[in-house]
Design a binder for this molecule. Sequence first.
Ligand code: ADE
Ligand code: ZN
Length: 324
Amino acid sequence: AEYDAFAARIPKISLHLHLTGSVAPDTVVDLARKHDVPLPAGRDVYDVDAHADLDAFLRVYDTVGEVVRDADDFHRVTYETLALAARHNVLYREMFLSPPAHPHTPYPVMLDGVVRGLRDAETDHGVVCRLIVALHRERDADEGRRLVETVIEHRDEHVIGIGLDYAEVNGPPERFRDAFALAGRAGLHRTAHSESGPPANIRTLLDDLGCTRVDHGYHVVTDAAMTARCRDEGVPFTCTPVSSDIGRYSGSGDGTHRRIVEMLDAGLAVTIDSDDPPMFGTDPTHDLRVLGPALGYDPAPLRRMLGHAVDACWLDDTDRAALR
Ligand code: ADE
Ligand code: ZN
């Protein structure tokens, strides 16, 4: 009970959350009606069937992308997810924006709505948010590079980095070397998902794509040399216990979060977030609470992980110091 209260109370830094995956079910239904998009009949939008595997989940994610369309929609969903975050004591978030998931929306329109949403949320709730534009790794490399060009063309101070999402098996990271190099030359920070492995992909992220973080990265612990390197270099891993337990990446779907425990025991810089909160039935407090049994209900690791998130975030040192 003491641990659970601490999980609610501790300030939070959120580094792994997808805007498209954070839309409340009622909002999905509302926007589907607004834009006349049919939703699957006779079941909840975020049915557990959505989680049968990553592909099934990503098709639901794409459905949400279909209904979040105009600038007002983007304003609304951004504002709503940040207002909720503030209730869980989230001070600062770096949030993934997945333009390819919203095929009906030009990038500048999306950006306008999202930026207004995050400004309003900061004014009303005090939560600060910056953006990571995620490239769709199942699409070809040219499309990724063009998206980076678009980001640079519509440069906005709120967009501070790029990422790589969707299924790793269908989009090896080396395919995006040019896109990431272009982003690097433009001064954008870089991260990428590596959820299912193999461990060699982590080396590609660090050495070839210029990533300064790894999203998920559970398989690092299957490679002793890579684990030692990441510990020595302090490479941050943005882990998502609930989505990865359901997806069987961080353990075996049994709630032990075995991989995350191994990463912490190996001295890696682990941070904790929700990935896609309503789609996986979680929130920033719940993410910490589900780790209770794995951590022996000790609040000390939660403090350490908060420290890792402060170190791992892409704020400049003055703003970073304000979070300590
Ligand atoms: N998009 C949203 N959540 C994701 C995840 N866990 N893996 C890949 N792409 C995603
Ligand atoms: Zn993710």
